[in-house]
Write a protein that binds this ligand. Structure first.
Ligand SMILES: NC(=O)c1ccc[n+]([C@@H]2O[C@H](COP(=O)([O-])OP(=O)(O)OC[C@H]3O[C@@H](n4cnc5c(N)ncnc54)[C@H](OP(=O)(O)O)[C@@H]3O)[C@@H](O)[C@H]2O)c1
Length: 279
């Protein structure tokens, strides 16, 4: 059995590659190795590698950039998924497509379950939503949110450096979702891939929070004064090109029905990341 990861140089792709323990052949392809928007290259790569599983992590995650170049966003997030799906179908490879909480408009006040209606507010979300459909009915479509890297500075490190400089750390308090550490997400993706689970699956760390509260949890974990973390001034509605959903927490209901272990609370992951950073 051969497993192929595209977009393998990104924060999730790197963690998937690092943690793969299937014992089989893993082919990891960064953008230079395989540009997923090149249909002929995608077909040629998949036919030559003959994977049984393809995990597509390739994405253009610059949400404001997508707003100013919808063609590029749809090429990477929709057309490319179609290219992968059509050739995967030919060789009976299972596709895992990674998607986002930004498919929702954020008008809810309780976490979104997989069957909740979508209504993306920006081009990034619209193009990712199109990719969910183009992945085909047999693909696993894993929606996640607010990813935090395992091997590069993320929000925990940013807050820690502000705290150690005894500066005020201003973080947005007006949007709420579920921060997700790639180290907790990767094993879930590998299991879904192995079991060829079809359809939408929400997978995030537990706990719904804002970046402001997240920052305070970092201060708590390191024993600093949480009041060093302050809410940043509310952004004017049109201050950034892309609108963001004010509330995009996901409910991992399908994982629960499948009997997967609960993904730990983000505060436990924060505590571990803090211990690693200061230890
Ligand atoms: N980051 C988040 O907070 C977040 C939240 C929810 C969902 N997601 C989803 O999670 C998945 C992984 O995201 P991530 O945070 O790991 O993103 P990332 O760190 O930005 O990585 C994405 C990778 O895709 C590569 N890529 C871009 N265009 C490509 C192309 N045409 N062909 C091949 N590779 C290409 C990028 O390469 P270059 O750097 O060279 O462009 C980058 O290495 C994506 O599907 C994303 O939509 C992310």
């Amino acid at each position: 059995m051969t497993v192929m990861v595209t977009g393998a140089a990104g924060q999730l792709g790197r963690e998937l590659v690092r943690t793969y323990s299937g014992g089989d052949r893993l082919v990891s392809l960064d953008r230079v190795g395989l540009n997923v928007t090149d249909r002929a290259a995608v077909h040629a790569a998949v036919r030559s590698i003959q994977p049984s599983v393809i995990v597509n992590c390739a994405a253009w995650t610059d949400v404001d950039g997508c707003e100013s170049d919808p063609d590029r966003a749809f090429l990477v997030h929709a057309d490319a998924v179609c290219f992968l799906h059509e050739v995967a179908n030919d060789i009976d490879a299972h596709v895992v497509q990674v998607s986002t909480d930004y498919v929702f408009d954020g008008l809810e006040t309780v976490p979104y379950i997989e069957t909740a209606g979508t209504n993306p507010l920006n081009v990034y979300g619209q193009s990712k939503k199109a990719g969910e459909t183009l992945a085909g009915p047999l693909a696993t479509v894993v929606r996640t949110s607010w990813l935090q890297p395992a091997d590069a500075p993320g929000m925990v490190d940013r807050v820690l450096s502000g705290l150690s400089a005894r500066e005020e750390v201003a973080l947005p308090a007006n949007r709420r979702a579920c921060p997700t550490f790639v180290g907790d997400l990767a094993p879930v993706i590998w299991r879904l891939a192995e079991e060829r689970v079809a359809g939408l699956v929400h997978a995030t760390n537990g706990g719904v929070t804002s970046w402001y509260e997240f920052g305070r949890s970092v201060a708590d974990a390191v024993g600093a004064d949480p009041d060093q973390i302050v809410p940043s001034p509310i952004e004017k509605p049109d201050s950034r090109p892309a609108k963001r959903p004010p509330y995009s927490a996901l409910d991992n209901s399908v994982l629960q029905v499948l009997g997967y272990p609960e993904i730990r609370d983000y505060r436990d992951a924060v505590a571990e990341a803090v211990a690693r950073a200061v230890g």
